[in-house]
Design a protein around this ligand. Structure first.
Ligand code: CP
Length: 301
């Protein structure tokens, strides 16, 4: 059991919760041989994505299948929300169909929290606005633990538009719980102010590479940027884009949550670097989501 019967905010995760999830994810990764486990037998999970997703949606769906769960997928474009049904009514309607776990992505901050107040099921936040994306933070931390073991003192720089990135918020919360030194790098307009962030900040990627063990690049979110909140694309690439030239022969891990804007945050060539962890992150996403679903499902068995 986790300390809360849902997963909405990365700050809700205690050290014990992290240990439970990482241990389970490791178990699933080491023991999955193609045959499903039974952790979600008699448990129903709904995937309610009100915003596009490839990795999170598919990996949650696969995770539930690999645990023998019953699943339904809500499709906004063909739903009665287009006829005026409210979000709460959508969730309550699925609850009446005996759905237990709700995996929710929404563009508005706080939506998972609001829905949790209106259901006796368990909400799992699959990304809300710019606020949080707990399972992304968990899979990133798990990927680093696999590579480095104890993360105490590891230096991780998150590069990009920090203030409008839910991935950054989740990672800052979870990595700090694991005693990682988290640094930031990005355009001034997209960094937290001194009052909010007391840690180190780099103004360009070369300085960040010099002082870090891991560079975690964020997708440049054109869809969330207000007018004037971003340098020009060419400036962004010059100061914050990563190419093989920046890395040279340095022993530094490279992460990106995806989807990647190749040629902006990083060059395609970086995928050939043995320290590029992007595919491992995607792979681990399935096992972390299996661990989260399995743990939260205990309440319903
Ligand atoms: N990292 C991530 O959340 O990717 P998707 O938007 O494809 O789910």
């Amino acid at each position: 059991m986790l300390s809360k019967p849902y997963l909405i905010d990365s700050n809700d995760l205690s050290s014990d919760d992290l240990e439970i999830i990482f241990t389970k994810a490791k178990y699933f990764k080491e023991n999955f041989d193609g045959s499903p486990f039974n952790d979600l037998k008699n448990v129903t999970t709904a995937f309610a994505f009100f915003e596009p997703s490839t990795r999170t949606k598919l990996s949650f769906e696969l995770a539930a299948k690999r645990l023998s769960g019953t699943t339904i997928s809500y499709d906004f474009q063909s739903s009665s929300q287009l006829k005026g049904e409210t979000l709460v009514d959508t969730i309550r309607t699925m609850e009446a169909m005996q759905v237990d776990l709700f995996v929710v992505r929404h563009s508005t901050n706080g939506t998972p929290e609001m829905l949790q107040k209106n259901t006796s099921g368990s909400i799992i936040n699959a990304g809300d606005g710019t606020k949080d994306h707990p399972t992304q933070g968990l899979l990133d931390a798990f990927t680093l633990i696999e590579k480095y073991g104890d993360l105490s003192g590891l230096k991780v720089t998150i590069v990009g538009g920090i203030t409008n990135s839910r991935v950054a918020q989740a990672n800052i919360k979870i990595l700090r719980k694991l005693n990682v030194e988290v640094f930031l790098c990005g355009p001034k307009q997209l960094l937290p102010t001194d009052k909010i962030w007391e840690g180190k900040i780099f103004n360009n990627i070369d300085d960040a590479i010099e002082k870090s063990d891991v560079i975690m690049l964020l997708r440049l979110q054109k869809e969330r940027m207000d007018e004037g909140k971003m340098p020009s694309m060419s400036e962004y690439i010059k100061f914050f884009g990563l190419s093989s030239d920046n890395i040279d022969n340095k022993n530094i891990s490279i992460m990106h949550p995806g989807p990647v804007n190749y040629g902006v945050e990083l060059d395609w060539e970086i995928n050939k670097n043995p320290n590029c962890l992007i595919q491992t992150q995607v792979q681990n996403g399935v096992f972390i989501r299996m661990a989260v679903l399995s743990t939260l499902a205990e309440k319903y068995k």
